[in-house]
Design a protein around this ligand. Sequence first.
Ligand SMILES: C[C@H](N)C(=O)N[C@@H](CCC(=O)O)C(=O)O
Ligand SMILES: [Mg+2]
Length: 362
Amino acid sequence: MKIVDIQMGDLIIPLKKPFKTALRTVNAVEDVVVKIITDTGHVGYGEAPPTAVITGDTTGAIKWAIEKHIKPQLIGMEIENFEEMMIRLDKTLVKNTSAKAAVDIALHDLYGQLYNAPLYKLLGGYRKEIITDITISVNDPEEMARDSIEAVKLGYRTLKIKVGKDAKMDIKRMKAIREAIGYDVDLRIDANQGWKPKEAVYSLRKMEDAGLNIEFVEQPVVAHDFEGLKLVTDNVSIPVLADESVFSAKDAMTIIQMRAADLINIKLMKTGGIHNALKICSIAEVYGVECMIGCMLESKLSVTAAVHLAAAKSIITKIDLDGPVLCAENPIEGGATFEEYKITLSDSPGLGFKEVKGVDFS
Ligand SMILES: C[C@H](N)C(=O)N[C@@H](CCC(=O)O)C(=O)O
Ligand SMILES: [Mg+2]
């Protein structure tokens, strides 16, 4: 199974509601889809979102990195020579993790097809069904309470609440949500780097004192401030999860050894794909640090790859793979099945895609 072509196209899907975090507001998924074609007629699919505020990756940069740097390294290579392809993907350029992730995902899709097995089984095969949370965008407290009630009615048992815009208002937001939904539903919060370290300690302690029962807080402070993250971790009881602070296996090692966070959020778009995400899983296993698997604003294509990884690895105990359910349409046939909170894998080879509609690869 030899690679003969790598093609790209644009995938645009409107969201059900605007997605709002401390970092950005988005109305649609606008991602790059990668299609790798082999001499045997097999096709592997991957996807890259241009999440410039987090990864630095833009649509143009993703396409250029793949067309001019990655593609020439991979054309003509045999899929069975997998390790060599992963080395080339890593070494051909630094950073550009979303472009690398899209290609890594498509290559893993083909790897599963080569051995006629679903990817999650090749990676460990721990389970085939997982349960995701759903994200509640940051808005005024009343609107967030309404959105939370709606999510609970749809069956979600865990809500991920976006905060980080204004520490005092964030406490009001969390009180309004808890009051609206009661205590049977788990609440995790994501400040997306929006607080200063001491501000984070202040608001999290207030949430503790109010008995809001927060499962964990995600990325309270700016990504590069590992010391600030540690200050928060050392001074609150709510567990701290590192998201934007951890892209690479090296970042994970540093954060864990510093004890700067209690948990790690793995996202394929930060690691550059499954190959490097597996390294973070191994490090986390060594230190007994549980991981969450997350996504950016991504469709079912790349999120299916994250589902396979989560289904394979027991160290991934928390799931934030709600990208596909935030989308108003689904142009992808095959892959994982998303029924609100319940995500199920089929036993089709690779990632199991049948068709990607509405993307022009010419
Ligand atoms: C979509 C997911 N639940 C999520 O919140 N992901 C990111 C932000 C993604 C983005 O801005 O595209 C996160 O910070 O965890
Ligand atoms: Mg986050």
